[in-house]
Structure formats: C-alpha cells, structure tokens
Design a protein around this ligand. Structure first.
Ligand SMILES: C[S@@+](CC[C@H](N)C(=O)[O-])C[C@H]1O[C@@H](n2cnc3c(N)ncnc32)[C@H](O)[C@@H]1O
Ligand code: SF4
Length: 341
C-alpha cells in the first residue's frame, strides 16, 4: 500500500468530522486546500499552503481541576504544566484570525483551560463568525451563568458547543471534575437548550454532550446519554480517558511512524494564550519551545521557519534525517480520542 495514504486518510476523516465547516467554503479556501493536498502528497518541507484548522487557547486557567487534564497541578510533581497561564488578548486573537482567515475552515477556541472564563470570548466568536469561520467551544459549564451570558452565547453565532458531563450524580462527577458542581452544569445545559428551543431556526448552534469514561463513571454512561437526549442534545460523544489508555504501549514508532506522516505539520495551527505558535498539542505539552509569537512575526515566516522545516524533514521517506523524538512518541495515530483535532 502506498505509504502516503494515511495522511490523506487522516485528512479525509477530519474533513468528514468537520464537514459542516464546508458550508463556509470560499474559492480561496478551496485553492488552499488543493495546495495543502499537494504539500502533503509531496511531503514538502517548505510549503505554500496554510493550515485549514486552528486551535486557539483563549484561556488557560480553569475554575475546576480535573486530574486527567494537562492543566491539573499535580502536587507530586509527576505532571508538569509547561504552558503560560492566562487569558488571550483580543488583539492577539484578531491577528491570528486576520493571518489565517483565507485558509481556515474551522477555529477551535479552547485547549487546556476553561474558554468561557475569558470575558471577551463572545467577541472572539463573533469576529471569527464575521470572517465566515466555523467556531467550536468546549466548556465544563460549572459556573454561574446569567441570562445575559446565555443570550450572548447565541448572539455570537457560535456553531458548536461541547458540554463536558462525566457523570450524572455529584458523587461520580466530582471524581474527575474536582471542584465542579454537576447540578449547576445540568441547570446551565438545560437553560441553553431551552433558549435554543425558543430561537428554533434562528440559531445554528449545535450542542454535543461529552462523556470522558473512566472505571469509576462507566455505570453512569447510559444515564448521561439518556439525559442528553431528553434535553435535545444533538449528539453524545463518549470516549475513554487518555489517562486510562496511556499506560498502554504506543504502537506506531520509528519507521512506521515516519511512513504514516503527520497531518498537523501541514494542516493545523496551534496557538497558546500568549500568541505562541506550536507544532502541535503534544509538543506544547512536552515543553518544547514555541515556533514564535504572532505579535512578533508573520504567520508565513513561522510556518516555513527552521523549526517547522526540521519537523517536516523528519517525516520524509526514506528518512535522511533523525525523527524528532516527540513525534516518535506521538500517539495520535492510535486514534487517541481527541475528537476535534
Ligand atoms: C482540556 S478540556 C478544556 C475545555 C473545557 N474546560 C472542558 O473541560 O471541556 C478540552 C478537551 O480535552 C480533552 N480532555 C481533557 N481531559 C481528558 C482526559 N482525561 N481524557 C481524554 N480527553 C481529555 C477533552 O476532549 C476535552 O474536551
Ligand atoms: S474543566 Fe476542562 S480545562 Fe478545566 S481542568 Fe477540567 S478538563 Fe481541564
């Protein structure tokens, strides 16, 4: 089998998953997509396509603490959080959107942290929406929300909201969502669904309930699924916590990993709260230096800068270069449940 196929397969899977973003397609974006296909096919080191997906961390602080999350401060020191903690400035965000609006299909406005703690989040969604970009947010919803806040959510034009609900009872829920209040989450979720029913066809918002599965909450999975359906959620996405999976050996290494290639180094721009661009989430989690900051440098300079080129080199087949050590360990190809990647 042609060893270039897996990257195309990944691309196809992601486009299918995010197919609703195609409703915002423009000729410029189609043209970019074609160039991207060529860059992936040729495994070009220096590219002339731009990413089609962006993950922008709009807030890296959180109101609760989940041990499975990268942001969790592990007092034993087993886990180290390398990223800056804070809230993204609106100007930094606009600069990212302005740089990439002709290529992007979708913007994910969260990473590690609670995006709805950013007071300007609805302005950010609106800005992306005005630039005809699909927007996605995931939230724990475990905080008090005013009616005005809910109205703003709808006015912003948000396309997709993921509601994290890892249990139906407080006892189970708080085992992972430490400091969270399940009744508050449910009440906020129900208010959002009620508001949506009132707006009927005047809103495009889709709501997904997300259930991260651990040994301790499996027994409540069906209750969460029933509850979500009863209140009109569009889908439920249940998947295993990666803390349970990570103990497993990672399968694709060395030669196979290189042959599989990497979709992210061509198609995804990953920005942290301070405007730093990273190769991908994993490199960011491992404390690798950023490629640069959008405030200091144009996107195209960073995207074809020496760091990006060196990582793309390591995926060339046959390999003339050593593979980047973090890429060698990357578990993405095992279908790690990162649904919006
Ligand atoms: C870190 S959260 C941030 C957004 C928001 N605060 C929330 O909790 O949904 C973003 C995503 O990380 C993933 N995530 C967090 N903890 C996880 C875990 N233990 N296992 C798998 N995925 C996890 C989930 O897909 C979640 O939607
Ligand atoms: S609510 Fe989200 S950001 Fe906050 S600790 Fe949990 S997973 Fe991480």
């Amino acid at each position: 089998m042609n060893n270039l196929q897996p990257s195309y397969k990944t691309l196809a899977m992601r486009i299918i998953r995010h197919r609703k973003s195609l409703k915002y397609i423009t000729w410029k974006r189609i043209f970019n997509l074609l160039k991207l296909l060529r860059d992936i096919k040729l495994r070009r080191v220096s590219v002339d396509s731009f990413p089609i997906f962006a993950r922008i961390n709009t807030c890296s602080i959180c109101n609760i603490m989940c041990p499975g999350c990268q942001i969790y401060d592990d007092k034993t020191g087993r886990k180290k959080y390398f990223r800056p903690k804070g809230i993204m400035e609106i100007d930094t965000y606009k600069k990212i959107i302005d740089s990439l609006k002709d290529s992007l299909l979708q913007v994910v406005l969260y990473d590690e942290g609670e995006p709805l703690l950013n007071k300007r989040i609805w302005e950010m969604v609106k800005y992306a929406n005005r630039n005809r970009l699909r927007t996605v947010i995931s939230s724990n919803l475990s905080f008090k929300m005013s009616d005005e806040f809910i109205a703003q959510l709808f006015e912003s034009g948000l396309d997709y909201l993921i509601v994290a609900l890892d249990g139906i009872t407080q006892e189970t829920y708080e085992k992972h969502r430490q400091g969270g209040d399940v009744e508050l989450v449910k009440s906020n979720f129900e208010r959002i669904m009620m508001y949506r029913r009132k707006l009927a066809k005047k809103t495009k918002l889709e709501v997904e309930v997300q259930f991260i599965e651990f040994d301790f909450n499996t027994h409540e999975k069906s209750s969460v699924v029933d509850y979500a359906a009863r209140h009109g959620a569009d889908s439920v996405n249940a998947f295993l916590s990666y803390t349970e999976e990570f103990s497993d050996t990672r399968s694709l290494q060395g030669k196979s990993r290189r042959e599989f290639g990497c979709f992210d180094v061509y198609a995804i721009a990953d920005f942290d709260v301070d405007g730093s661009l990273f190769v991908c989430d994993l490199q960011e989690d491992c404390g690798v230096d950023s490629i640069g900051k959008i405030q200091d440098c144009s996107f195209v300079t960073m995207w074809n800068g020496p760091e990006m080129k060196s990582i793309r080199c390591s995926f060339q087949t046959p390999g003339k270069y050593e593979m980047n050590s973090i890429c060698l360990e990357c578990p993405i190809t095992r279908g790690l449940p990162l649904p919006l990647r």
